[in-house]
Ligand binder design. Structure first.
Ligand code: GLC
Length: 529
C-alpha cells in the first residue's frame, strides 16, 4: 500500500474526548462543544489527527449519553447542531477529523420509538425492540442477565410482555432483525456523515444481534474468566452472534460509499481470535477494533507482547490494529498499568505510540492523568451508585480534564463541576506545556516523530529476542523500539544506534555502540546505524 491509497486513520493518532469532562465554556460545570472548539489548539499542538466524541446526542443521561433519545440532535447541555457544525469546520481547518459515537444496540426508554413500542402490542414500533412473553411460571422469557447486573428482562405492565436490555432497564435493546431498524440507522449514519463526520465509534458492536430463538445462555464453568463466572453464564445468545457481521458489512458498504471513506471503529470487548472476525476479510467490516485483551493486560513485557503478537497473527491481511490504554469505561492507564509512577506512565505512552497500529489516546493520557479517588456522594455513574462500595463505578476515570492549576482546573468557572477535579496542582496541561521534560512534551514529541517518519508509523513490526522484562521490536527498516518494563537496569547486547526518543529526554541523540543500557522503566526509539 502506498502512502496515497492508505486510509488516513492508519498513520493517525486518535483522541477520545469525553465531552462532559473536557471543557466547560458556559460555567455550568458540564463540558460542552464550544469548550471543545476553544481547545482545538491544544489538540493540534499535540498532533492529534482525529477526535472521537463520546455521545453528544440527546439523552436523559441514565447512562451519561449512552441512553439516546434522539440520534440526530445535540443535547442542549453540549450546545446546538450549529455548534457541532462549527466544531467539524474548525477542527477540519486544523487538520483534525471528528468521529461520532453511535449507540445502535439500544435507546433510552424515553426515545419516542420506545415510548410508542411499549404503548401496545400492535404499535408501529413494537417490533423495533426485543419483546417476549414470560414463561409459564410467570418468569422472564429466558435466563439472560444484564451486563450491568440483575435480570436482562423487565416486565412492562401495559402490554404484559417483557423487554430485553443488555444494560440498564432504561436502555431497551433494539431488535436488529428488523429491517426498519437497519434502514433507520443507515439514515443516522448518513445524517452525520453528510455533516462531515469522518467516522463512528460503534458502541457495544458485538452485542447488537440477539438470538432469534431467545435460547438460554449456557452456565459458566470454572474455566471461564472472572466476569463470566460472576454473571454465572456465557453470553452466547444475548451477544456475540455471528449474524452481527452481516450488519457491520452493511455499515461498511455505506462508510465506503463516501469519497473519503468513513472510519468504523468498534467497541469490541471480545477475545483476540473473535476480535479478528470483526475486521471481516480485512476490508469489509470494521476499520479498527478496540482490543480489550490489551487494555486489561498486566503491564508486563511477556504478557503484553503475547497479546500484541497474537493479535497481529490473528488479523486478516490488510487489517490494522488499534491500541488504547484508557477510556471512559476502563479507567486510566497511568493508574491501572503504571500505578501513577511517572517513569512507567512515560513508558506506557511510548509503547502506545510505537506499536504497529493506530493509537487511541483518552483525554488526559497526554499529561499522565490518573484515576481520581471519589467519595460516595460524588458518584454519578449508575453502576457506582448501585454497587458501591463493592464497585465504585467508572467515575474515577471520567473526572474533568486538568488544563491548569487554577480553581476549576481551567475546566470550569463554576463553583462545582459535575464530577470533582483531581489534583490540578500537580498535573495540568499548562505547566507541562512549559516543561520540555514533561509527560506532555514526550507525548507530543513521540507523535511528531511518527508524523516525520512515515515508515515508522506505517511500517511493519517484528519482535526481537530480548531478556525477560524487556520488549523490543523493529518499526519499518530503520528503527527499533526497546522498552525495559522490569524494575532492574538491563544491558541489551548487540543493540546499536542513535537514540531518537527516550523516556529520559536527556538521553536523546546518545549513540549506543554495540550495547544499549536501559534503566528500570526506561524506553527508547533507536535509529539503526
Ligand atoms: C458502552 C459504553 C458505556 C456504556 C455502555 C452501554 O460500553 O462505552 O459507557 O455504559 O456501552 O451503552
Amino acid at each position: 500500500m502506498t502512502a496515497s491509497d492508505e486510509p488516513w486513520w492508519r498513520t493517525a493518532v486518535l483522541y477520545q474526548i469525553y465531552p462532559r469532562s473536557f471543557a466547560d465554556s458556559n460555567a455550568d460545570g458540564v463540558g460542552d462543544i464550544p469548550g471543545i472548539i476553544e481547545h482545538l489548539e491544544h489538540l493540534q499542538w499535540l498532533g492529534v489527527d482525529g477526535i472521537w466524541l463520546s455521545p453528544v446526542t440527546v439523552s436523559p443521561n441514565a447512562d451519561w449519553g449512552y441512553d439516546v433519545s434522539d440520534f440526530c440532535a445535540i443535547a442542549p447541555e453540549f450546545g446546538t447542531l450549529d455548534d457541532f457544525d462549527r466544531l467539524v469546520t474548525a477542527a477540519g481547518e486544523r487538520g483534525i477529523r471528528v468521529l461520532m459515537d453511535i449507540v445502535p444496540n439500544h435507546t433510552s426508554v424515553q426515545h419516542p420509538w420506545f415510548v410508542d413500542s411499549r404503548s401496545s402490542r400492535t404499535a408501529t414500533h413494537r417490533e423495533w425492540y426485543v419483546w417476549a412473553d414470560g414463561n409459564e411460571g410467570g418468569e422472564p422469557p429466558n435466563n439472560w442477565v444484564s451486563s450491568f447486573g440483575g435480570p436482562g428482562w423487565t416486565l412492562d405492565e401495559t402490554t404484559g410482555q417483557y423487554y430485553f436490555h443488555n444494560h440498564l432497564q432504561d436502555q431497551p435493546d433494539l431488535n436488529w432483525w428488523n429491517d426498519e431498524v437497519r434502514d433507520t440507522f443507515d439514515g443516522i449514519f448518513r445524517f452525520w456523515s453528510d455533516r462531515g463526520v469522518a467516522g463512528f465509534r460503534i458502541d457495544v458492536c458485538n452485542v447488537i444481534i440477539k438470538d432469534a430463538e431467545l435460547r438460554d445462555n449456557p452456565p459458566a464453568t470454572e474455566d471461564d474468566d472472572f466476569e463470566t463466572q460472576m454473571f454465572g453464564q456465557r453470553s452466547v445468545y444475548n451477544a456475540n452472534r455471528p449474524e452481527v457481521h452481516e450488519v457491520i458489512r452493511r455499515w461498511r458498504r455505506q462508510a465506503d460509499s463516501y469519497d473519503e471513506h468513513r472510519l468504523l471503529i468498534g467497541e469490541t470487548p471480545v477475545p483476540v481470535d473473535k476480535l479478528a472476525e470483526y475486521y471481516g476479510d480485512g476490508t469489509d467490516e470494521l476499520g479498527l477494533a478496540f482490543n480489550f485483551s490489551f487494555i486489561t493486560a498486566p503491564f508486563r513485557a511477556a504478557e503484553m507482547r503475547a497479546i500484541v503478537e497474537e493479535t497481529e497473527a490473528a488479523l486478516p491481511p490488510g487489517a490494522w490494529p488499534a491500541w488504547t490504554g484508557s477510556n471512559h469505561d476502563m479507567f486510566r492507564f497511568p493508574t491501572r498499568w503504571a500505578e501513577d509512577d511517572p517513569a512507567k506512565i512515560r513508558l506506557a505512552l511510548l509503547l502506545l505510540l510505537c506499536l504497529r497500529g493506530t493509537p487511541v489516546l483518552y483525554q488526559g493520557d497526554e499529561i499522565g492523568m490518573g484515576d481520581v479517588t471519589l467519595e460516595r456522594d460524588d458518584l454519578r455513574d449508575p453502576l457506582g451508585v448501585r454497587f458501591y462500595p463493592y464497585y465504585a463505578g467508572r467515575d474515577a476515570g471520567r473526572t474533568p480534564m486538568q488544563w491548569s492549576d487554577r480553581r476549576g482546573g481551567g475546566f470550569t468557572e463554576s463553583e462545582r463541576s459535575w464530577l470533582p477535579l483531581g489534583d490540578v496542582a500537580t498535573t495540568n496541561v499548562a505547566a507541562q506545556r512549559e516543561d520540555r521534560d514533561s509527560i506532555l512534551s514526550l507525548c507530543r514529541d513521540a507523535i511528531a516523530f511518527r508524523r516525520r517518519h512515515h515508515e515508522f508509523s506505517a511500517g511493519d513490526a517484528t519482535s526481537l529476542a530480548t531478556p525477560e522484562g524487556v520488549w523490543a521490536w523493529t518499526r519499518g527498516e530503520r528503527h527499533v523500539v526497546a522498552l525495559n518494563m522490569s524494575p532492574e537496569e538491563v544491558l541489551l547486547d548487540g543493540m546499536a544506534g542513535t537514540i531518537r526518543l527516550c523516556t529520559d529526554r536527556s538521553r536523546e541523540v546518545e549513540v549506543a555502540g554495540d550495547a544499549l543500557r536501559l534503566a528500570a522503566s526506561e524506553g527508547v526509539v533507536l535509529e539503526l546505524p
